[in-house]
Design a protein around this ligand. Structure first.
Ligand code: PLP
Length: 387
């Protein structure tokens, strides 16, 4: 059976070139990057080269890149690290501003900090998933120590006006963190131009290995470590460095940046073909996400639940049986399917949120895939409506 992967926002396969770049660092070049002998120095040199490549790709200095285990850790590190540093410096700095459409890796650390006495303002988003700089400006108080708003949303693809948000936060000397997990290698940017203080990155969304990410921390930003026990990553994130994964991350970033100019317009055209075909065949379908400020490879679409009593997960399972991997607008929480918090925040009702599919395109996808998805979807929806 034909198998079509359309869930590149969840993860991507490792690029063969990335695998080849990593390979020697699992075996021949195995030293501990903190050892001073030649084995260690070889590993250290590869690690620093990887750091430099990633820094250069986002317009940072290599000393501003801290390797972590992935996006989740980087988000936690940024939020707890800045909050703790601010609280240590001045007892009154205990307010954080974030948005309702953030990834759980941002929302949950904020919830934990709330239990520890921090105040958290969760800004509502509009029907396109957007937060405006004005909302951020109005939420900042003298107590605010951190604004954390994502660069682009992983469910609906909306890209946020981070540069403008950073500008209003900086007027009040507030530190700005953004989650760039979904934007690295997808849209061009530089942290200098965005003027953010911290940015979360992850390798496995751009054909790199799982289990490695980074946190960009602008020089001079005060950040407390979350874990202790060694001097690695300049004491901010101790633990023996994972050199093969860092090398793979850097190679993946290098390739993504190199190929972005040709690959992203290609994916955007696949996305737009799928979007118009679905809209033609199922007219009440709603496109979720900003009409223009949206990542090129994501299509998040809700079907009319009044006509078709759809459960997204049933659709996902039926598509899977036909070899197509997509995601629904619900997530499994405590054993039951809960509608996406992002879609609810955008004002979709529970029924609509549940009747939602997210398609995210990547390197392996073609025009034929789009046609196959549309004809399969037609058959499945026909079957579900009939009976
Ligand atoms: N932030 C965003 C926006 C994401 O999409 C994801 C992954 O889905 C994460 C953070 C978590 O990244 P990781 O899987 O590397 O922990």
């Amino acid at each position: 059976m034909k198998r079509i992967y359309l869930d590149h926002t969840a993860t991507t396969p490792l690029d063969a070139r990335v695998f080849e770049a990593m390979r020697p660092y699992f075996s021949e070049i195995f030293g501990n990057a903190s050892s001073i002998h030649s084995f260690g120095r070889e590993a250290k040199s590869a690690l620093e080269k990887a750091r430099e490549t990633i820094a250069k790709a986002i317009g940072a200095q290599s000393g501003e890149i801290f390797f972590t285990s992935g996006g989740t850790e980087s988000d936690n590190f940024a939020i707890h690290g800045v909050a703790l540093a601010a609280a240590k410096k001045s007892a009154g700095k205990n307010h954080i501003v974030t948005s309702a459409a953030e990834h759980h890796a941002v929302l949950e650390p904020c919830e934990i900090l709330k239990e520890e006495g921090f105040e958290v303002t969760v800004l509502p988003v509009d029907s396109n998933g957007l937060v405006t700089p004005e909302q951020v400006r109005n939420a900042i108080t003298d107590k605010t120590c951190l604004v954390s708003i994502m660069h682009a949303n992983n469910e609906v693809g909306t890209v946020y006006p981070i540069k403008e948000i950073a500008a209003v936060a900086h007027e009040r000397r507030v530190v700005v963190h953004t989650d760039g997990v979904q934007t690295l290698g997808k849209i061009p940017f530089s942290v200098k131009d965005l003027d953010v203080d911290l940015m979360t990155l992850s390798a496995h969304k751009l054909y790199g290995p799982k289990g490695i990410g980074a946190l960009f921390v602008k020089k001079g930003t005060e950040l407390e470590p979350m874990i202790h026990g060694g001097g690695q990553e300049r004491g901010k994130r101790p633990g023996t460095e994972n050199v093969p994964l860092a090398v793979g991350f850097a190679k993946a970033v290098e390739l993504a940046i190199e190929e972005m100019q040709t690959e992203m317009p290609r994916l955007e055209s696949l996305r737009s073909n799928l979007q118009s075909q679905i809209r033609n065949h199922f007219p009440p379908a709603i496109i979720n996400g900003h009409p223009t400020s949206r990542l090129p490879h994501i299509l998040n679409i809700s079907f009319d639940n009044n006509k078709i009593p759809l459960q997204g997960e049933m659709l996902v399972m039926n598509m899977d049986l036909q070899g197509i991997a997509v995601t629904s607008g619900s997530a499994c929480t405590s054993g039951s399917m809960q509608p996406s918090h992002v879609l609810l925040a955008m004002g979709r009702d529970e029924k609509t949120a549940k009747a939602t599919l997210r398609f995210s395109f990547g390197k392996s996808n073609t025009e034929e895939d789009v046609d196959y998805v549309v004809s399969t979807l037609k058959q499945i929806l026909q079957r579900m409506t009939d009976g």
